[in-house]
Design a protein around this ligand. Sequence first.
Ligand SMILES: NC(=O)c1ccc[n+]([C@@H]2O[C@H](COP(=O)([O-])OP(=O)(O)OC[C@H]3O[C@@H](n4cnc5c(N)ncnc54)[C@H](OP(=O)(O)O)[C@@H]3O)[C@@H](O)[C@H]2O)c1
Length: 169
Amino acid sequence: MKLVISHVVALSNNNVIGIDNKLPWNLKTDLKHFKEYTSNKIILMGRKTYDSIGRPLPNRLNFVVSTSVNKIEGATVFQSTQESIDAAKQKCLEDHNYNEIVIIGGGYLFRETLEIANKLVFTKVDCEIEGDVYYPDVNLDEWVEKSSRYFSKDSENDYDFVVKEYERY
Ligand SMILES: NC(=O)c1ccc[n+]([C@@H]2O[C@H](COP(=O)([O-])OP(=O)(O)OC[C@H]3O[C@@H](n4cnc5c(N)ncnc54)[C@H](OP(=O)(O)O)[C@@H]3O)[C@@H](O)[C@H]2O)c1
């Protein structure tokens, strides 16, 4: 089976993904989508994203990239992105319960792995917003849109948003 390397990210119209090491919005329905999409998969994140979440996420293999921290209870820490990707690939080879490596951020990890990703799961949040971490520019001409699901702003979701999946081969 083909190994999927995906990015799962929520981004504004101006590519903002974070501010002050937090998400810039409350989107409860998107968090539910995130949980559903990532469950039972390998999730790979930078140390700042791990800090921002504050705990290993249950029912997922948590891989964290860091040079400043070398041990996290409930997660595996790697000193470089390459090491973490190699270990995740090896896990998928050895254990057929896993066939997807989901990169969940943040800005550093997305930039470092855009080249090797073959799937993008974007939550496009319909706002222009201030932030300090951005998703890299991506040329969507290289990608095929596979699906889109629209959600409206309501009391639990600050903005309208659309979840779009893209693949490249
Ligand atoms: N909207 C979304 O979908 C989404 C998703 C995830 C995160 N976020 C947001 O993004 C922000 C965090 O992103 P960020 O870009 O600041 O940080 P990040 O990518 O989460 O983490 C950066 C850290 O990862 C480690 N790292 C990265 N590349 C490395 C490499 N090649 N070798 C070794 N270590 C490496 C370093 O940790 P050390 O400093 O420990 O060495 C680095 O400081 C937060 O605001 C968060 O809320 C948003």
